[in-house]
Design a binder for this molecule. Sequence first.
Ligand SMILES: Nc1nc2c(ncn2[C@@H]2O[C@H](COP(=O)(O)OP(=O)(O)O)[C@@H](O)[C@H]2O)c(=O)[nH]1
Ligand SMILES: [Mg+2]
Length: 233
Amino acid sequence: MTAPVSLSVVIPAFNEEKRLPGTLARVLPFLRSRGETFEVVVVDDGSKDRTAEVARTAGPEVRVLQNPGNRGKGYSVRNGMLNATGAWRLMCDADLSTPIEDLDTLKAALGGDAQIAIASRAVADANVEKHQSIARESSGRFFNLLVRVLHLSGIKDTQCGFKLFSAAAAEAAFRNSRLDGFAFDVEALVLAKRAGFGVREVGVTWRNDEQTRVSLGRGLAAFVDLFRLKFRS
Ligand SMILES: Nc1nc2c(ncn2[C@@H]2O[C@H](COP(=O)(O)OP(=O)(O)O)[C@@H](O)[C@H]2O)c(=O)[nH]1
Ligand SMILES: [Mg+2]
């Protein structure tokens, strides 16, 4: 058993030996400077490279979970969130397109019934310094439009890889979730809202890292999953 901590940072990682060292070199000192107990949970999604090794050697606060194979970002985040010990649990992409300092921007937005804060590129105070490619950004906009029509009318951007949950909200979001691919954020938010948790959408800084692990096939599968989710509920 691992001792419970105040904050868990869950990083899904698929073939991230190049991007992960720089990310951990920024995340670990920042978290240490805050004075709370924390763990970083790197979920190795069946990587073919040295992802697990570079994570393990980055610092004593890093824990590595190994998926049984390449199962997808949704599977990875669920695995990390449900095995994390933090009172608060942040999911954060390995490329740190949202800077880790924005953790405090999310924290500041919590309160009342809201135990979930999600980073957004689409609200007024977002600061998109480096955009995705036009094709990616347009398909992202269309995806989010479908999300609003089919699932979550009030949310403009569900796809940012930077979201903070209380332990109870993470349980509600991920315990019964089933989507393993890139539409998992939508299912997680639907389940958590159904369980009564409020969600705050917060503008953050976004400096897109051009490299992407999202293939065209996996991207299209996320659209299909939106409809499957609709017909299941
Ligand atoms: N594409 C992809 N990413 C995965 C997978 N499993 C975990 N991830 C992680 O999901 C995060 C987002 O990936 P990224 O390529 O930056 O996506 P993008 O920014 O949306 O183009 C990264 O931390 C990946 O390592 C997987 O099976 N496929
Ligand atoms: Mg990225």
